[in-house]
Design a protein around this ligand. Structure first.
Ligand code: ADP
Ligand code: ZN
Ligand code: ZN
Length: 643
């Protein structure tokens, strides 16, 4: 029997190498087999066949074949393990998830998970035709290309994806369509299903386990050639992928925040390169990284509707926050003439801070260094760890009873609307609501069918949901994001305002109101003029001057522990040993305490992220004993998306 290199799927971090086993004739790379490992039985993935046994080793025989994944996915997983500093076994778990035995027939979840699709337009716009032609010619070259499809909301990007997908199908090739979150899947699935029927499958984590298995089977058999899903759908077991679409490519939800900390956008590019496929990144507000690096195909304008007019309201001159007079006038217009409005306020709860007027101290979580938020249940909630405590009657620091509620959250805004414009029906969409399964869809459906209504929500409402007849979109507090201590604060603010504006007036002349204390802030000035190119040009200049992505990669090393001081000390030592790494090192600096753990971060700016991450991991492994003693935990994050 031939010998094969097999990676047992063990979760221990210390075991990173493959082992040699005998495999039956015909078993190839990508086979998932049962193996004996030590005294345990587990799954293993075959990475190579026809190898020699290392001297003195008597290989054992593998057990039965439990699955068979495309060989390229093995290469993809091993690349992820290396680039993101994970282990081969953990990365292989992503491409070869555990599957249970089938139990009877079930209908595919695709029908249940689809919104109604749209008919194919009679003809494409010249810009759409040009974009499709470029993608199709890249498809025919088959060398692995990455392009950016940029264009405002409603400019026909999805139609370009559909046409490119049709061209791939005609060539016998499959398509993966990634959306940033599950809530956005139904409208995309609906449009693909209307065009391609049963050849569409859906993959995401909130499907039942049996359903996910069935969908994977339909894909593996080749019955479904198109897969729509969130992040993990980039690992769909399609054989012969021609096209990978990454819709709303600016969305940070594409980054996985647990080991392996992969970014599905980077993985999509890698998979496209391995398969000779075309990766198409689409957005109305592309990342500076994509704008600088990718070939651009542009759709310049909305189809059949003008862009909405955006008005900045200067809160230094207008009183009435959270509802300024200009915003109230716009809402009054809806009361008179009918219509729907979306109000974005990127903060949950009633008031983001309870503040003592006497000593100036605001109530903070005792586990995390963040202000507690007052909710309508009259309790203070920590948005990081979930801790809930009663509102104090007097200041625990100085005893004063003069406690003030500062700022507004979504719940307070809702109450304010009830008072000022009671004629409008109110809906709310934030993490407090979205916890329930199907809640997002339910809220959106009821909002869609109301004729005088306001939807209040956090950033969720700015995402790509298509809601017809939105006459007004407003950002209640554009300053929230600008003050974040992250070099992407400007980018995020520009994206949020522009994306929200995109919800307005897709099918009717729409209006947009942006309330801010900083009307001169660069991202707001550009967002008002729908000036994506202008914003990105300035942003790229700034990034280059500061050596931030896309000009350098970042590697973050975060250490946390129960004792103050220890994380910072551990990182100072690490920094000393990293001196000859090819990187500029920033920090270490303390960061917010979280769930009772003290934290510190060291940041590296580098052109060699893999080598820096590898050196850091090696040094951390060497220090493992001391770190265990101090109960320290370390995380190395390559290309982190939030700092
Ligand atoms: P995006 O993905 O950029 O938001 P869509 O592809 O959803 O844009 O297109 C916006 C709207 O315009 C949709 O209702 C779509 O059916 C319609 N549409 C797209 N392309 C055309 C076209 N060539 N002619 C007419 N209508 C179109
Ligand atoms: Zn006080
Ligand atoms: Zn907390």
């Amino acid at each position: 029997m031939p010998l094969a290199t097999v990676y047992p799927l063990v979760s221990t971090r210390s075991l990173v190498r493959p082992f040699t086993y005998e495999v039956p004739e015909g078993v190839g790379k990508g086979a998932v087999v049962a193996v004996r490992f030590g005294r345990r039985s587990m799954r293993g993935v075959v990475a190579d066949v026809g190898v020699e046994a290392p001297p003195g080793i008597e290989p054992s025989v593998v057990g039965r074949l439990v699955d068979d994944i495309p060989a390229t996915l093995v290469d993809l997983a091993l690349w992820i393990a290396d680039y993101y500093g994970s282990t081969p076994a953990r990365a292989l778990e992503l491409v070869a998830p555990l599957r249970r035995a089938p139990r009877g027939e079930r209908p595919s979840p695709v029908a249940r998970e689809s919104l109604e699709g749209e008919a194919e337009p009679a003809q494409l716009t010249p810009e759409q035709s040009a974009a499709v032609a470029q993608i199709v010619s890249a498809l025919d070259e088959g060398v692995g290309e990455h392009v950016l499809l940029d264009g405002p909301t409603g400019s026909g990007k999805t139609e370009v994806y559909l046409q490119a997908c049709g061209a791939a199908l005609e060539r016998g090739l499959g398509t993966i369509v990634l959306v940033p979150e599950i809530a956005l899947a139904p409208q995309t699935v609906g449009r693909f299903r209307r065009r391609f029927g049963d050849r569409v499958a859906i993959l995401h984590s909130s499907l039942g386990e049996a359903e996910r298995r069935d969908e994977r089977d339909r894909i593996a058999r080749g019955d479904a050639r198109i897969v729509v899903g969130a992040r993990s759908a980039v690992f769909a077991p399609i054989r012969g992928v021609g096209l990978i679409v990454v819709d709303e490519e600016h969305d940070t939800a594409y980054k996985q925040e647990s080991d392996p900390r992969y970014d599905a956008r980077t993985v999509a590019a890698k998979r496209a390169a391995l398969e000779g496929a075309v990766a198409v990144y689409g957005s109305a507000t592309p990342r500076p990284e994509s704008w600088a690096r990718l070939r651009r195909l542009s759709l310049p304008a909305r189809i059949g509707a003008p862009m909405p007019s955006v008005r900045l309201v200067d809160l230094r001159r207008e009183s009435g926050y959270p509802l300024s007079a200009p915003l109230l006038r716009e809402l009054g217009g809806l009361v008179d003439h009918g219509g729907r409005a979306i109000l974005l306020l990127n903060r949950r709860g009633v008031a983001p801070a309870i503040h003592c007027r006497a000593c100036g101290i605001s109530r903070r979580c005792t586990n995390c260094d963040v202000a507690l938020t007052l909710h309508t249940d009259d309790a203070l909630h920590c948005h990081h760890c979930g801790r809930v405590e009663a509102v104090p009657r007097s200041c625990p620091e100085c005893g004063s009873v003069e406690l003030a509620r500062i700022g507004a959250g979504t719940q307070r805004l809702e109450a304010e609307l009830a008072k000022r414009v009671p004629e409008l029906e109110r809906f709310r969409l934030d993490a407090d609501v979205a916890g329930r399964a199907g809640a997002v869809r339910d809220v959106l459906e009821r909002f869609r069918s109301a004729d005088r209504a306001v939807l209040v929500g956090t950033q969720m409402v700015a995402k790509g949901h298509h809601v017809p007849g939105v006459a007004l979109a407003a950002v209640v507090d554009a300053d929230t994001g600008l003050s974040l201590p992250d070099f992407r604060a400007e980018e995020r603010t520009f994206q949020l305002v522009t994306q929200l504006a995109g919800r307005s007036g897709r099918d009717a002349p729409g209006r947009v109101v942006v309330q801010t204390f900083q009307p001169d802030a660069t991202p707001l000035r550009h967002a008002v003029n729908h000036d994506v190119a202008g914003f990105l040009a300035g942003e790229l200049e700034r990034r280059e001057a500061l050596a931030y992505p896309p000009f350098r990669h970042l590697v973050s090393i975060l250490v946390s522990g129960p004792e103050p001081g220890a994380p910072l000390a551990a990182l100072r030592e690490l920094r000393g040993r990293l001196e000859d790494a090819e990187a500029d090192l920033l920090g270490p600096a303390p960061v917010l305490r979280l769930r009772g753990r003290h934290r510190a971060q060291l940041l590296a700016k580098t052109t060699q992220p893999r080598s820096v991450a590898r050196q850091a991991s090696t040094l951390l492994a060497a220090a493992a004993r001391g770190m265990r003693r101090d109960r320290l935990n370390a995380v190395v994050d390559v290309d982190p998306q939030s700092l």
